[in-house]
Ligand binder design. Structure first.
Ligand code: PLP
Length: 323
């Protein structure tokens, strides 16, 4: 069943041209600004939460997991603050030494309860989240446990809606959307939106910025797309081979900066005053830059879907990478 929407995001997010950036790479580039607005300085996870929070009653506590600098965890903390819900975040690793920074600082500011898992293995985080949830249930609370990135089919539905939101803003031909992808709610949802719109352009190109040791991400993304279409009353046979996925921009792994990602971040910052991060959006932008320079956007504009993530830049490690 399609859960009701809980209004949180400031929609539609702006669509703006990047003239100086585009001139530097020889393409007409539009930017979908999911990095701006609220709550909690936004990013792509807020859209998903609008649907996910409708899976439970209005007083349910929310438990979720993420890396120490998780954007999804921070967005969940902000949403819960606005809605007056209890929020427990299970974060990877040990509590960092020194004062909190970046998303961690925001988690604290939004009043979330933090549990450091002491491990960065996703299975360990999920097990700890289950323990925290049980603790709350034992105390009589209703609990919503969200997976990493909030990428359940209900979350992907939000990006099917976002695809339609973009199409309504376009007044020129656009060949493709380029965006960063990990847990797949964004990619699956955008693909679902394209299917529901009749399969017209723009196409959706996902730049995978996480390891995929068992080659399972494409199956996951295709499944999320089919499920999102189904929740919205349609049918789809989207298969992994239908997806446009780029695996060549990951570098040494999730969170490890790449030289081309850092170059792309600097170029966008210095031509447009817009901030990307080295974990997600910088790597997606590096893909866009490489394709533009190879002539892929000679005929039509391209949309860079800015999925947020810039708070992680304002940390000591961001300073090391981007100085
Ligand atoms: C989570 C995230 C993504 C990836 O979105 P998924 O739907 O999890 O694939 C991209 N960019 C940023 C900044 C993110 O925080």
């Amino acid at each position: 069943m399609l859960p009701p929407r809980t209004p949180l995001a400031e929609l539609p997010t702006p669509l703006m041209e990047l003239p100086r950036f585009g001139a530097a790479i020889g393409a007409r580039v539009l930017c979908k600004r999911d990095d701006v607005g609220g709550p909690g300085t936004a990013g792509n996870k807020v859209r998903k939460l609008e649907r996910l929070l409708g899976l439970v009653g209005p007083d349910a506590a929310v438990v979720t997991i993420g890396a120490a600098q998780s954007n999804h965890a921070r967005a969940t903390a902000a949403a819960c603050a606005r809605l007056g819900r209890r929020c427990v975040l299970v974060l990877g690793g040990d509590e960092p030494a020194g004062p909190p920074a970046g998303n961690h600082l925001l988690d604290v500011l939004f009043g979330a309860e933090l549990a450091w898992a002491g491990s960065t293995a996703w299975d360990d985080l999920a097990a700890r989240a289950e323990l925290e949830a049980q603790r709350l249930r034992d105390a009589g609370e209703e609990v919503l446990v969200l997976p990493a990135g909030g990428s359940l089919p209900a979350g992907a539905v939000a990006f099917a809606d976002a695809y339609a939101e973009l199409v309504a803003q376009l007044d020129e031909p656009v060949g493709e959307i380029v965006h960063a992808s990990t847990t797949g709610g964004t990619h699956g949802g955008l693909v679902a939106g394209r299917v529901l719109g009749g399969g017209v352009r723009p196409a959706v190109r996902g730049v995978v910025v996480i390891e995929d040791p068992h080659d399972g991400l494409a199956d996951l993304y295709a499944w999320l797309a089919r499920e999102a279409v189904a929740l919205l009353g349609g049918t789809s046979d989207v298969h992994r081979n239908d997806l446009l996925l780029e695996y060549g921009f990951l570098g040494d792994g999730y969170g490890a900066p790449t030289p081309e990602g850092v170059d792309a971040i600097r170029l966008l910052a210095r031509t447009e005053g817009i901030v990307c991060d080295p974990v997600y959006t910088g790597k997606a932008l590096a893909c866009l830059v490489e394709r533009a320079r190879a002539g892929a956007y000679a005929d039509d504009a391209v949309v860079f879907w800015h999925t947020g993530g810039w708070p992680a830049v304002l940390t000591p490690s961001g300073g090391q990478i981007l100085h």
